[in-house]
Design a protein around this ligand. Structure first.
Ligand code: 13P
Length: 261
């Protein structure tokens, strides 16, 4: 269950700021930028990403510096047109994003996004040169009746197109819905079981590079539990909500990722 250090897969610590328009956003980003510069030698094996609300994206990107990556929280399947309130992957890229989260359970719940919609967003993101982070995860009732792996398998099958290049530039995030914002974290065994399941799917779908696609864990990750979670086999980083809003908390998680002892 627990891993040997994998040389192949670079860890990614990603923050999802959700709908929080922090007044301190730019100063938090500056602190992250400066700490990443200080940690640069150690940080060779880990990437750091923040996904702010779209309204903050270009300002955040302008102060982020060379080591902090910036991402969007969703994107439309189309590149432009009559889609009031939406934002395209190309627009995110123009604002300075290099990643975008797609299929977050909050988008699925609030906006009825289906797996097929997520697949279209994934293609749009890759078409615009962004790396999509595809979120999957089961609800509590699904876990309680023993359906977690079935649900996640279906989400993966349907939201990751079975076409040539779609795995080249891709990250998966396992986010059990019942762990998001609740302080409840699955056991390392539960996380390991799902991540192994996701890895098996990826290596079957993309025999050449499925072993190198990063699989993040998300759901109530903090600096206190990060080490335990990041030690699980096939956990290649974290997608952090609440604990990414303050640079101090987020960088404590990042430091855990670059210092596995
Ligand atoms: P929390 O870390 O606040 O539980 O949120 C996780 C999440 O949904 C990240 O996308």
């Amino acid at each position: 269950m627990f891993k040997m250090v994998s040389a192949m897969v670079r860890t990614l610590i990603a923050g999802n700021w959700k709908m929080n328009g922090l007044s301190s956003a730019l100063s938090e980003i500056q602190i992250m930028r400066d700490q990443l510069a200080e940690l640069a030698e150690l940080a060779d094996g880990a990437d750091c990403l923040v996904c702010p609300p779209a309204t903050l994206l270009s300002r955040v990107a302008s102060v982020a510096g060379p080591r902090l990556r910036i991402g969007g929280q969703t994107c439309h399947r189309e590149d432009s047109g009559a889609h009031t309130g939406d934002i395209s992957a190309t627009m995110l890229a123009e604002a300075g994003a290099t990643y975008v989260i797609v299929g977050h359970s909050e988008r699925r719940a609030d906006h009825g996004e289906t797996d097929l919609e997520v697949a279209a967003q994934l293609c749009a993101a890759q078409g615009a040169g962004l790396t999509p982070i595809v979120c999957v995860g089961e609800s509590l009732p699904e876990r309680e009746v023993g359906d977690a792996l079935t649900v996640i398998g279906r989400q993966l099958q349907q939201s990751i197109p079975d076409v040539g290049q779609s795995g080249q530039n891709l990250v998966i995030a396992y986010e059990p819905i019942w762990a998001i914002g609740t302080g409840r974290v699955p056991t390392p065994e539960q996380i390991g079981e799902v991540h192994h399941h996701v890895r098996t799917f990826l290596t079957r779908r993309f025999p050449d590079h499925g072993a190198e696609i990063r699989i993040l864990y998300g759901g109530s990750m903090t600096s206190k539990n990060a080490r335990r979670i990041l030690q699980v086999a096939d956990v290649n980083g974290g997608l952090v909500g609440g604990a990414s809003l303050r640079a101090e908390d987020f960088m404590a998680i990042y430091r855990t990722a670059i210092d596995p002892d």
